[in-house]
Ligand binder design. Structure first.
Ligand code: TRP
Length: 442
């Protein structure tokens, strides 16, 4: 389908904020802070920033130039650049990966809805570690409650996408991203002032260069990669809505916002974890068990204050998750609109129903379906592992190879500059293969 008449972002700011929204998500809050602590504090942050700008940014650019030159989503773009070739498969891979990530991501989004509702209605009210674990067990592992919350989160995602690129994604990003930063700053101020928080600050800041080994570099690469939402055609789709944009500038801003938010979230989360005398770990328990416990303990001394901070914290998690989930759904919806001429409403409904069905299976895998194993993983774990470790990496590798080796060199250089063209062609594929191999070994 021709790209004329397609929806567009209202301007540069909208495009960049929407990209930042997709990048900023749960990965920033529950994986980044932990990795920083594990791999040498400030030393890891330096390695991470280098990876974000030298490897992730060129991958971002390979997707962006395809979106910019064609004005189409992943499938139709590959179809028009390399007709009748297997490269179409890359378009399908992108849409399928987006769909799978969407399905399990919305389950976690549902938990955020649940905790936010609880903190409004009477507070979360856990004051012991066991209480916090039991609460998370029932929020994630029962049947009705998580399914209702999951459906609510998916519905919110669907409404924003149904409203379209400008009235939905753009408006939501312009409001939610600034709000997200403000709320996280307030939580951070509260967190670093808790008694015993200094140890958490030290955990994040103490530079220990002796911990920077191959596995730290591979973790930094993998994390920046996941965090910038690469390899699933999201950057490509959003750029097709903003074809005049300067892609290098947009990519650099996305990396900056994403990294700043990750560091900010680190200072919101880790000092509180240490103040509560807990041991940091990566994953859902950091956000959904440790923090409610610490805030719950504080509520004994400062009930109103701790209540407000809890609400702000879960509100920012919810907004961060939503700004990522909409980008995933949009990649899918745009595909059906381009490929089959579906109206936005119909395409949204179809994908939401499919994502709901897979999401229900993922959600129940924390409860009654916990015994079902795929390659040793629960359904949720399998979807996560398949996409984060394999499909996203494969997608990113293929986009970089296509742009570096199949597209016109001078045209790409005019969009990205010579340096990034070189990175896309040589360094990125080698780096991705390195991460891939290290993921297999670790
Ligand atoms: N970047 C998101 C986060 O940090 C998660 C994510 C991974 C994502 N891949 C994506 C979001 C693709 C949108 C599109 O949580």
């Amino acid at each position: 389908m021709a790209s004329s008449g397609k929806e567009k972002f209202g301007g540069k700011a909208a495009y960049i904020l929407a990209l930042a929204g997709s990048a900023i998500g749960l990965g920033n809050v529950w994986r980044f802070p932990y990795m920083v602590g594990e791999h040498g504090g400030a030393a890891f942050i330096i390695v991470y920033v280098i990876c974000a700008f030298l490897i992730s940014l060129p991958i971002f650019l390979s997707e962006a130039v395809i979106g910019k030159t064609t004005g189409l989503g992943p499938y139709e773009a590959m179809n028009s650049l390399a007709p009748k070739s297997p490269w179409k498969g890359l378009g399908i891979l992108a849409v399928v990966s987006s769909f799978i990530i969407l399905s399990f991501y919305c389950v976690v989004g549902g938990w955020a809805v649940d905790y936010l509702c609880r903190s409004f209605i009477g507070g979360i009210g856990v004051t012991t570690r066991d209480g916090a674990s039991a609460l998370f067990g029932s929020v994630a592992g029962s049947v009705c409650e998580p399914l209702v919350a999951h459906a609510a989160f998916l519905l919110l995602t669907a409404v924003i996408i149904y409203l379209g690129v400008q009235k939905g994604i753009e408006l939501f990003s312009k409001v939610s991203i600034p709000l997200l930063f403000v709320m996280m700053v307030i939580v951070t101020i509260y967190s670093v002032r808790l008694p015993g928080a200094e140890e958490g600050v030290r955990y994040l800041l103490k530079p220990d260069f002796s911990k920077i080994d191959a596995s730290a570099v591979a973790s930094a690469l993998g994390q920046s990669f996941f965090s910038m939402s690469l390899g699933v055609g999201m950057v490509l789709t959003y750029t097709s809505y903003s074809r005049n944009a300067n892609v290098v500038e947009a990519g650099a801003w996305t990396a900056v916002f994403d990294t700043l938010f990750a560091i900010l979230a680190g200072f919101a989360v880790m000092p509180a974890v240490f103040a509560g005398g807990l041991v940091p770990e990566a994953g859902p328990s950091l956000v959904f068990e440790a923090l409610p416990y610490v805030f719950g303990q504080m509520a004994v001394h400062t009930p109103i204050f701790s209540r407000i901070v809890t609400i702000l914290f879960f509100m920012s998690i919810l907004l961060a998750a939503l700004s990522s989930s909409i980008s995933l759904l949009e990649t899918c919806v745009n595909h059906l609109m381009e490929r089959r001429n579906y109206r936005r409403g119909r395409a949204t409904l179809l994908f939401v129903l499919l994502a709901w069905a897979l999401g229900v299976l993922c959600s129940l895998s924390f409860g009654p379906f916990g015994g079902i194993r795929i390659f040793g993983q629960t359904i949720f774990g399998f979807c996560d592992l398949l996409t984060s470790n394999y499909l996203m990496t494969l997608g990113a590798l293929a986009f970089a190879i296509f742009v570096g080796w199949r597209m016109d060199k001078l045209e790409i250089q005019s969009l990205t500059g010579k340096f990034f063209h070189f990175m896309i062609k040589w360094i990125v594929p080698l780096a991705i293969i390195a991460i891939f191999v290290s993921n297999l070994i670790l």
